[in-house]
Ligand binder design. Structure first.
Ligand SMILES: [Zn+2]
Ligand SMILES: [Zn+2]
Length: 151
């Protein structure tokens, strides 16, 4: 059973109080207002425990920073390829054919969710430099290596 520490409770509460799908670092900023001494590492570790317990969903993508969601049932997302911002995406119809997925892979499909990628409204305004901005890709690589070190 999951032991409910005050730190873990504060992290879960902070995540449930936002729809922004924050990174561990963003969540750390919020939780620190209540628990000034909590470290980023503690936030990471507790998020892992919460994810294993099924209370939190991890939203990872290759090359993107891990984000967290307190909404754990399968749902769709749209992710900004530039700033990483994520929003829930409600679709009237799930455009995935579950029977076709089962037929072609032999998997018993239990759930499905989609991630759409694009540019958020802010990033869309400066779309001309997407993919051609060496400073942006350098920044991204730095954030990846920082993340590896902090593990
Ligand atoms: Zn963006
Ligand atoms: Zn979500």
């Amino acid at each position: 059973m999951l032991r409910r520490t005050s730190q873990r409770g504060a992290i879960l509460e902070a995540l449930r109080g936002t729809h922004r799908h924050p990174t561990a670092a963003e969540l750390h900023c919020v939780v620190r207002r209540r628990l000034p001494r909590i470290s980023l590492g503690t936030v990471y570790r507790n998020l892992e425990v919460l994810a294993r317990a099924g209370l939190v969903q991890r939203l990872g993508a290759a090359g993107a920073e891990m984000r967290f969601d307190a909404r754990v049932e399968p749902h769709n997302h749209v992710r900004c390829v530039r700033c990483g911002r994520m929003c829930d995406l409600e679709l009237v119809e799930q455009p995935v054919e579950l029977s076709a997925a089962r037929r072609t892979t032999g998997f018993e499909i239990l759930s499905a969710s989609l991630e759409f990628r694009g540019l958020c409204p802010e990033c869309g305004r400066s779309r001309a430099s997407v993919g051609r901005d060496p400073a942006a890709s350098l920044k991204m690589m730095q954030s990846i290596s920082t993340r590896r070190k902090s593990r």
